[in-house]
Design a protein around this ligand. Structure first.
Ligand code: DGT
Ligand code: CA
Ligand code: CA
Ligand code: ZN
Length: 565
């Protein structure tokens, strides 16, 4: 995916937000949002395409995009940016606070940031204001606290994009990412890059177009701020201590403390330069040599959190972690029948190109009203899938749906309709603030529904935007294990849902998982690599993940007769 696509899409999305915030016509807001999605999901490079050929992009939007490509912004965006303070825009990012209310708070009460809103609520200044009851105030406060806690960390998708740009821009003898990004943490504080090469690399790095500020520049380490807000540290390391530097800067700090203790116990010293016995170098060139000298197996980066991996590596008992290459399919994807932007035919062709043995199409179900799904549309899609199947003898197409779990735990459509689908993913898309008891009952009921195979993006969190729902996860996972309900690892990087700590908990209860892309466009199919990171951090093996299984085993698990297509 070309970077220009993402940036133009982000600008249009921002414009849509600002336009809505200024009371702009809802229809036009939606058309900007739709165009933004289309552009983000467009597989070709924007710079080499006539923008007008992208679905959803008319003349007016095309002009804005062209101006953006030429100079990094467009006039209407500049105008609105000038009119709305940044803090007011951040107000709209508080979960449950829409643009109308945000503008009202700013114009009537002078509240111009999330912090100012929190203060106003705590001081009781919103008491009696229409539309701001006690329950609303409480939810707003929770949302603001969540935003503050996630702070400046970004999700893995943003960090990975930027890291690939950095690595690709520097002609080093050797270069690799370390830190939390190599460990595939779901959020990243800053990016750590190690390189072997000549000192001129530092100057070259500081001059890159993605650099907005040079924070510190030395011979061994340069730190910059980038256009994504994220800091990148580049360290030059001697070729002969590459392995030691990778171990040290990959971390985590907790893991490093443990293995340094192991070295000390042997009377040795472990640093970023190597493993030493006094002056004598024991190992430094590769990570494998260092772990081996310490009497351990090499530890995959995703496990380096002092979560039992040191003990396991010492007794040679590390798991065979699931890898991207183990996945044989995807069980949660959308098309333009609902909110995806690519056609069924294009999504299926892209899936086949990835070499899948099976692929499920799971467009939204009717209770998500704005998607305008109907049974007729679903059945027509099923017929198209049956036709399409003939073209793909090596990939089984599964017709599914992403159902909505209602507040009482029920889902869309009667049982006889549900029975006609090969796979049903059921997700929470509304009523996020139910009490812990209600939410737990809701999930348990969904697990107990014999037609529900998979619980989609279970916590519903969106990193930096929406906190996870509150549920007794032990109880939910017990129900999932008992009923054979699969828990999803939604790989979409701003969801990363389930998060790895809950995956690990679920696994203890005997739950199985599917690593899904939740794609709404062709490039999203590749997001599964982020889901694999989550699974690895939770110690999952291929056997724990149903979409590594051969088709027959998967179908047996999904039950039903699978007459379609
Ligand atoms: P982040 O950036 O917050 O997402 O997390 P990390 O793990 O990338 O942390 P960062 O960037 O502060 O440091 C990168 C690695 O360098 C870290 O995982 C371990 C190592 N490191 C940094 N400072 C220390 C330290 O004071 N002691 C030890 N043992 N290791 C350190
Ligand atoms: Ca870092
Ligand atoms: Ca760092
Ligand atoms: Zn969903």
């Amino acid at each position: 995916m070309g970077r220009a696509n993402d940036e133009a899409a982000a600008a249009l999305q921002e414009y849509a937000e600002l336009f809505a915030l200024n009371g702009g016509d809802a229809f036009r807001v939606r058309s900007y949002q739709k165009a933004a999605k289309s552009i983000a999901g467009f597989p070709g490079d924007l710079g080499e395409t006539d923008v007008r050929s992208i679905p959803g992009v008319g003349e007016a939007i095309a002009k804005k995009v062209e101006e953006f490509l030429a100079r990094g912004s467009f006039r209407q965006l500049d105008d609105l940016r000038a009119r709305v303070p940044e803090g007011v825009r951040r107000l709209t990012r508080i979960p449950s606070l829409g643009p109308k209310k945000a503008l009202f708070l700013f114009q009537e009460l002078g509240i111009d940031s999330p912090a100012a809103l929190a203060e106003a609520i705590r001081a009781g200044r919103l008491g009696g204001v229409r539309g701001f009851g006690a329950r609303t105030e409480e939810n707003l406060l929770k949302g603001i606290e969540h935003m503050e806690r996630s702070g400046d960390r970004v999700h893995l998708g943003i960090a990975t994009d930027l890291a690939e740009r950095v690595v690709g821009s520097l002609p080093a003898e050797r270069i690799a990412v370390a830190g939390s990004l190599r460990r595939m943490r779901e959020t990243i504080g800053d990016i750590d890059v190690l390189a072997v090469g000549d000192p001129g690399l530092m100057d070259l790095f500081a001059r890159q177009p993605y650099v907005t500020e040079v924070i510190a520049k030395g011979e061994r380490k340069t730190s910059v701020r980038t256009d994504r807000g994220l800091q990148v540290d580049l360290r030059l390391v001697p070729a002969e201590s590459w392995g030691a530097a990778m171990v040290y800067f990959t971390g985590s700090k907790e893991h490093n403390v443990r293995i340094r203790e192991m070295a000390v116990r042997k009377g040795w010293k472990l640093s970023e330069y190597g493993l030493f016995d006094g002056e004598r170098l024991i190992a430094s060139e590769t990570e494998e040599e260092i772990y081996q000298a310490l009497g351990m197996e090499w530890v995959p980066p995703a496990l380096r959190e002092d979560g039992g991996e040191v003990e396991a590596a010492l007794r040679g008992g590390l798991p065979r972690l699931v890898e991207l290459g183990d996945l044989r399919g995807d069980l949660h994807t959308h098309t333009d029948l609902t909110d995806g932007i690519a056609s069924l035919e294009d999504m299926v062709a892209a899936a086949a190109a990835r070499g899948y043995s099976y692929y499920a199409v799971t467009d939204h179900a009717p209770d998500l009203v704005m998607q305008r799904m109907t049974l007729d549309k679903a059945l027509a899609q099923r017929a198209r899938i049956a036709d399409l199947q003939a073209k793909y003898p090596d990939m089984r197409l599964l017709h599914g749906s992403e159902l909505n779990i209602a507040p009482d735990g029920s889902v869309d459509w009667p049982a006889e309709v549900l029975a006609g689908f090969d796979v049903c993913v059921a997700s929470v898309h509304s009523h996020f603030t139910q009490s812990r008891e209600e939410m737990t009952r809701r999930f348990v009921a969904a697990c107990e529904n014999p037609h529900v195979h998979v619980i989609g993006h279970p916590t519903t969190r969106k990193i930096g935007k929406r906190p996870p729902v509150d549920a007794d996860w032990d109880a939910v996972f017990r129900a999932a294990a008992r009923t054979g309900t699969i828990m999803e690892i939604d790989s979409y990087p701003d969801r990363a849902d389930l998060p790895s700590d809950l995956v690990r908990l679920a696994r203890h209860h005997g739950v199985t998982f599917s690593i899904d892309s939740d794609s709404h466009a062709i490039p999203h199919l590749a997001h599964q690599r982020f889901g694999v990171g989550i699974a690895q951090r939770a110690w999952l093996t291929p056997d724990d993940v149903v979409n590594t299984w051969p088709l027959d085993r998967l179908l047996a698990r999904l039950g039903g007769d699978h007459a379609t297509p």
